[in-house]
Design a protein around this ligand. Structure first.
Ligand code: SF4
Ligand code: SF4
Length: 152
């Protein structure tokens, strides 16, 4: 088979089985820039109810106290972690102060479904996450298991 026919065949095969753009894996190694926890680019963190309970248990405070001190309700009603005026997560203090119980959203960054929608969305993550695209290769199966909740 000629190279061009082989390429065409591969393209058709990839489309037929609908492989994502990261079928050969993606590189990621945290560079500790902390842009995912601090500053304007960090964005909201939305813990699930069990995650909220775990954080409260870990801090040894009631769910009510956690919600009133450390959480807000977004306009759509979703509870999220408070963000300080400078954009830092309320649990940021030269490191994540709830690291062992940080929400799945934090544990799985930057492999979020919306970041993996396409190559351009992944490329845009690289502008703020200095570890995306560098270091350790995460294979397709690794990325799939992170999408199911495994920590990076
Ligand atoms: S933005 Fe990326 S590289 Fe920076 S601390 Fe977060 S995960 Fe690590
Ligand atoms: S909970 Fe921890 S890991 Fe998550 S954004 Fe806040 S400081 Fe960062």
């Amino acid at each position: 088979m000629s190279v061009s026919r082989a390429r065409a065949y591969n393209n058709v095969t990839r489309e037929m089985i609908d492989l994502p753009f990261y079928d050969r894996g993606l590189r990621f190694e945290c560079q500790q820039c902390h842009n995912c926890c601090r500053g304007a680019q960090a964005g909201g963190v939305y813990p699930s109810r069990p995650e909220t309970q775990r954080i409260a248990d870990w801090l040894k405070i009631s769910l009510h106290a956690l919600r009133s001190r450390y959480m807000v309700r977004e306009l759509d009603g979703a509870p999220s972690l408070r963000i300080r005026a400078n954009g830092d997560c309320i649990f940021w203090d030269e490191g994540c102060t709830i690291y062992p119980v940080r929400p799945r959203q934090c544990r799985t960054f930057p492999f979020w479904p919306e970041n993996l929608e396409s190559l351009p969305t992944w490329e845009s993550v690289r502008q703020t996450c200095h570890g995306a695209g560098r270091g350790k290769l995460y294979r397709l199966e690794d990325i799939r298991s992170i999408l199911h909740g495994r920590a990076t």
